[in-house]
Design a protein around this ligand. Structure first.
Ligand SMILES: Nc1nc2c(ncn2[C@@H]2O[C@H](COP(=O)(O)OP(=O)(O)OP(=O)(O)O)[C@@H](O)[C@H]2O)c(=O)[nH]1
Ligand SMILES: [Mg+2]
Length: 220
């Protein structure tokens, strides 16, 4: 890997969507703007949105594919396997992850194999719990943040065992393979009022279940 991951070798930015037609064009615009002059591509994996997200993505992204709805983790892995550059950035499509941080994120790959952009404030109880438990073992505050930069080899030969783990398994698998995890802290913009993964109770239960699955994968 060259010392400047952002300049020489190219960056593949991957996002997954489910009904993000209001946000996807703006996300792609901001990614292109911040990576202007750098070799890059944007890949959108849409899980059969019903609001026309795919049509918008096809207009602006380099690659836009549709598949059956299987959740964010499988969507991310699917998209990562379509990438052509050695540096991969994953980012949520809902504009809660500032694309403007991508250069700082990829720059940190000089001293790590995978870098997580961690929010300074974690909104959900389950996310705080993950941070204080498995996150401590990983050295990552925002364990379920999918705003990350990866050297491509960290995801090679990776098959998800846990199903939907909101990206947790990707982190655990990389750690188990001995890759170095880094972190970039950032202050997130305000969250939207209706997250796709469910309201407060449902989201907390789903995230806690994902946390248990990640622990099992980490230790067994
Ligand atoms: N491919 C795919 N992507 C999904 C699915 N559900 C959510 N996403 C995407 O995953 C990203 C995160 O979803 P959010 O609803 O923002 O979940 P969250 O960020 O944990 O929730 P908030 O913190 O409240 O925003 C967004 O880009 C969604 O469009 C899904 O079933 N399949
Ligand atoms: Mg979100």
């Amino acid at each position: 890997m060259s010392s400047d991951c952002t300049k020489v070798e190219g960056i593949s930015v991957v996002t997954t969507t489910w009904n993000e037609s209001e946000n996807i064009a703006e996300l792609i615009r901001r990614v292109h703007l911040i990576l202007k002059g750098k070799v890059h591509e944007i890949i959108v994996v849409d899980d059969s949105s019903t609001d026309g997200t795919l049509d918008v993505a096809k207009q602006f992204a380099d690659v836009a594919v549709s598949k059956v709805r299987e959740g964010q983790s499988k969507g991310l892995l699917y998209g990562m396997k379509l990438t052509k550059y050695p540096v991969i950035v994953t980012i949520d499509a809902d504009l809660e992850n500032n694309p403007e941080l991508i250069p700082s994120l990829t720059q940190k790959l000089e001293s790590s194999d995978l870098v997580v952009a961690s929010r300074t404030t974690l909104p959900r109880l389950s996310e705080k719990l993950a941070s204080k438990t498995i996150g401590k073992s990983m050295g990552v505050t925002d364990f379920f943040s999918n705003f990350r930069a990866y050297k491509k080899e960290t995801i090679a030969n990776l098959n998800l065992k846990g199903g939907e783990t909101f990206g947790g398994e990707l982190l655990v698998a990389a750690k188990k393979k001995g890759y170095r995890l880094g972190e970039l802290m950032y202050e997130p913009p305000p969250r939207r009022s209706r997250p796709r993964i469910g309201g407060t109770l449902r989201a907390n239960l789903r995230i806690t279940w994902a946390l248990l699955k990640c622990y099992a994968i980490y230790y067994f």
